[in-house]
Design a protein around this ligand. Structure first.
Ligand SMILES: NC(=O)C1=CN([C@@H]2O[C@H](COP(=O)(O)OP(=O)(O)OC[C@H]3O[C@@H](n4cnc5c(N)ncnc54)[C@H](OP(=O)(O)O)[C@@H]3O)[C@@H](O)[C@H]2O)C=CC1
Ligand SMILES: CC(=O)N[C@@H](CCC(=O)OP(=O)(O)O)C(=O)O
Length: 314
């Protein structure tokens, strides 16, 4: 367990909920960490930091990177959206994008996995199978998404103070959120042509949880039943992605604290259009849960190892 400002402190002083756990290591700075006995690493560092730090790690380690550092295949796109040069373009070529249910076979053989962002996870899981099956148009995809505040990390920011957030809702990154190129990369791969989306994220006065409400135009002659059946078939053997019964509305409460993604499809009142709702816990399927799912694949463990928690409802 490494840290920056908290290096040198005990784990339970930084995370008091772990006080009952014995033999937890003291947090050390990354440069002081001993990797000699380590098989695998989760990098949970701010964007830009991982590219520098993993260059110094021993070869042969399996790495799941939770930052955005290796998600965009095109390094100039990374520079454009993250406002800094890519510091490890060679490693970028080896990285595999970690959207587990879609890229499972590639992830099994990877040594560096770029864990997807939370919004891109909640949006690509429903859309990729529909695009691959040519059931929706590649234009006019509109995504309205909402996140709990933990999506912004633990660092102190005025905009994330209780008084700034409570009893309100705030759009941010309007017209230009850094997850847009990541989402478009995945959707374009599925379509074998460039897909663009309109995407607006919102900050909600809740700690964790994420909902993406997605408006799509169906291909000619396609019905919402076709979309529903496709998602049912695509995810019938998946433990963590569930299509709800027809008409049931996915709620963030129902996936809170778990690695599940719940999805459903609804007919729009406007003929030819459909509304898709997808919910995840941004900290679990949107981050650490999916990271563990990926590492399990990379290590040859059962994919659900350590992920068997029920949602924390309410
Ligand atoms: N929160 C979320 O919902 C999601 C987050 N992510 C990604 O996961 C990563 C971690 O996010 P999150 O935990 O929310 O962020 P936080 O800001 O809460 O944590 C960042 C961590 O990185 C450490 N750190 C910062 N700078 C350095 C450095 N130079 N060297 C070593 N350690 C450093 C900090 O240590 P210290 O506290 O000691 O300073 C802290 O433990 C980010 O890349 C984020 O984008 C991905 C998906 C979802
Ligand atoms: C509420 C909030 O601030 N959310 C973060 C996304 C967090 C996440 O999942 O993505 P990354 O791994 O790319 O950081 C944001 O909008 O930047």
């Amino acid at each position: 367990m490494t840290a920056d400002r908290n290096a040198g402190k005990s784990m339970d002083s930084v995370f008091p909920h772990l006080i009952t756990q014995k033999d937890l290591p003291v947090l050390v700075s990354t440069s002081d960490a001993d990797f000699s006995d380590v098989d695998a690493v989760f990098c949970c560092l701010p964007h830009g930091t991982t590219q520098e730090i993993i260059k110094g790690l021993p070869k042969g380690l399996k790495i799941v990177d939770l930052s955005a550092d290796f998600r965009l295949r095109n390094v100039s796109e990374y520079e454009e959206w993250y406002g800094q040069p890519h510091r490890a373009p060679d490693l970028q070529e080896e990285a595999v994008y970690g959207l587990t249910e879609i890229l499972r076979e590639e992830i099994k053989n990877a040594h560096l996995v770029a864990n997807p962002g939370c919004y891109p996870t909640s949006i690509q899981l429903p859309l990729v199978p529909l695009i691959k099956a040519n059931l929706i148009e590649h234009k006019n995809i509109i995504v309205d998404a909402k996140s709990g505040v933990s999506g912004a990390g633990r660092g102190a920011k005025v905009a994330n103070l209780y008084t700034e957030l409570t009893e309100g809702i705030m759009s941010y990154g309007v017209t230009r959120h850094r997850h847009v190129p990541e989402i478009e990369q995945g959707l374009s791969d599925a379509a074998h042509s460039k897909v663009t989306i309109s995407f607006t994220p919102h900050l909600m006065p809740m700690t964790r949880g994420m909902q993406s409400t997605i408006y799509v135009e169906m291909a000619s002659g396609v019905t919402t039943d076709n979309l529903y059946q496709q998602l049912k078939v695509s995810y019938q053997d998946e433990e963590f992605v569930r299509l709800l019964e027809k008409g049931a509305v996915p709620r963030t409460h129902d996936v809170r604290g778990s690695n599940y993604c719940y999805i459903n499809v609804f007919p729009d009142r406007i003929p030819g259009r459909a509304i898709i709702i997808s919910v995840i816990d941004n900290l679990v399927k949107g981050a650490s849960g999916q990271a563990l799912q990926n590492l399990n694949l990379m290590m040859g463990f059962p994919e659900n190892t350590g992920l068997g928690y029920l949602p924390l409802f309410p």
